[in-house]
Design a protein around this ligand. Structure first.
Ligand SMILES: Nc1ncnc2c1ncn2[C@@H]1O[C@H](COP(=O)(O)OP(=O)(O)OP(=O)(O)O)[C@@H](O)[C@H]1O
Ligand SMILES: [Mg+2]
Length: 357
């Protein structure tokens, strides 16, 4: 379990020693010797902060309050001398995780930090689980409705398509001179029916996700095929589409369904990048699993909007169904993975698909 730790303390030697120990344990450590510098570290980043009560430019308990205000997910451990134990104890009653009396033994310090850290990570996990449960519930409700409706629409649509074929065959038997002006509108109707069928297929797939058939897949080969399919579309729109994979990652999964996920994400990225833009599909493997990144140079997605994108039917496109991401998300979840949105290295959005090994 690695963590992001902030040490706020003006004793440089203590900070250096502790940093070394914590980094050896695999944690990321940042330090600050004053309250002012601590506030500049980027409080969103902090998971657990170790704060000295007496700092050159202020009171550690005040800093602890500010930390909790700005980043409610983090926990603070105070370091205090005997003289100020009372105010440290008061701070703990007010919401600080714990305090330690200086000089404190390293094992005690590490034990307290790791307890705080386990608490922070459990909280984050709990929130994520409830967020997912909410999303799943909503999806299930919309899914049932969609499935019913799609079936009802499909039957008359099939009948219409069939009658259209009959009509076309009869038209083709007519004199060519009167045939053509009749064939043109007929073709248009046929194309529109095809489009509807396509949308219905999306709806049904969203409502009744197909079961996944797990096989070993060479992900780089699958991605190469996806990118090849997108290539002409990208060229037509003058978008640079490049790929980057260092390893030959293997996952177990359903190739057809994963292909659809990466097509959806790449199509979205091309739409976001727009003419003259840049899209990159890359892939890497680490101890947790395999990560595929689809980055674009588009406008990106505001952090507050990121959850909305996975809501069924949310779209900002005239021709969009708003089902690409919900379908992709369901597929990736069925694989035990997740999709995350962040700001990407090309300036726009990054959609990261993580699949377990
Ligand atoms: N790479 C991206 N950058 C910025 N916004 C994005 C990106 N990808 C998706 N979005 C936003 O999320 C919305 C939903 O995407 P989703 O793929 O679910 O549906 P869609 O692309 O609108 O329609 P469909 O995929 O069904 O054709 C999009 O309309 C767009 O506003
Ligand atoms: Mg889409």
């Amino acid at each position: 379990m690695t963590a992001r730790l902030l040490i706020v303390e003006d004793n440089a030697e203590f900070v250096a020693n502790l940093t070394e120990i914590l980094e050896d344990l695999g944690h990321e450590v940042r330090s600050a010797e004053t309250c002012a510098k601590a506030l500049k570290v980027g409080l969103d980043w902090v998971e657990v902060a170790l704060v000295d009560l007496r700092l050159p430019d202020g009171d550690g308990t005040r800093l602890a309050e500010q930390l909790k205000e700005q980043n409610p997910d983090c926990e603070v451990v105070l370091l205090t001398g005997h003289a100020s134990v009372e105010s440290a104890a008061a701070a703990v009653r007010a919401g600080v995780w714990d305090y330690l009396i200086k000089p404190c033994a390293t094992p005690d310090l590490l034990a307290t930090l790791s307890k705080a850290l386990r608490h922070v990570q459990a909280q984050i996990e709990k929130r994520e689980l409830s967020r997912r449960a909410q999303r799943a519930e909503k999806l299930a409700a919309v899914g049932t409705l969609t499935a019913g409706l799609s079936h009802e629409i499909r039957n008359p649509l099939n009948a219409a398509a069939l009658q259209l074929t009959v009509l076309e065959r009869r038209l083709r038997k007519l004199d060519p001179a009167i045939q053509q002006p009749l064939i043109d509108p007929l073709t248009l109707v046929r194309d529109e029916i095809r489009r509807l069928e396509h949308i219905l297929q999306d709806f049904l797939q969203f409502a009744r996700p197909a079961p996944v058939t797990m096989r070993r897949i060479a992900l780089d080969e699958l991605l190469t095929k996806v990118v090849a399919l997108m290539r002409s579309d990208a060229e037509r729109r003058q978008i640079v589409l490049d790929t980057h994979w260092l390893t030959q990652p293997e996952v177990s999964g359903d190739a057809d369904q994963l292909r659809q996920v990466f097509m959806n994400l790449t199509l979205n990225a091309l739409d976001a990048a727009g003419p003259g833009g840049h899209v990159r599909v890359s892939c890497l493997r680490d101890s947790e699993g395999v990560h595929v990144y689809v980055d674009d140079s588009g406008p990106g997605v505001e952090p507050t909007q990121r959850d909305r994108l996975f809501e069924p039917f949310f779209t900002t496109k005239a021709q969009g169904s708003g089902l690409g991401l919900p379908i992709s998300n369901t597929i990736v979840s069925q694989h035990g993975g997740r999709i995350e949105i962040s700001r990407g290295p090309l300036g726009g959005a990054r959609f990261a698909v993580s699949l377990p090994r």
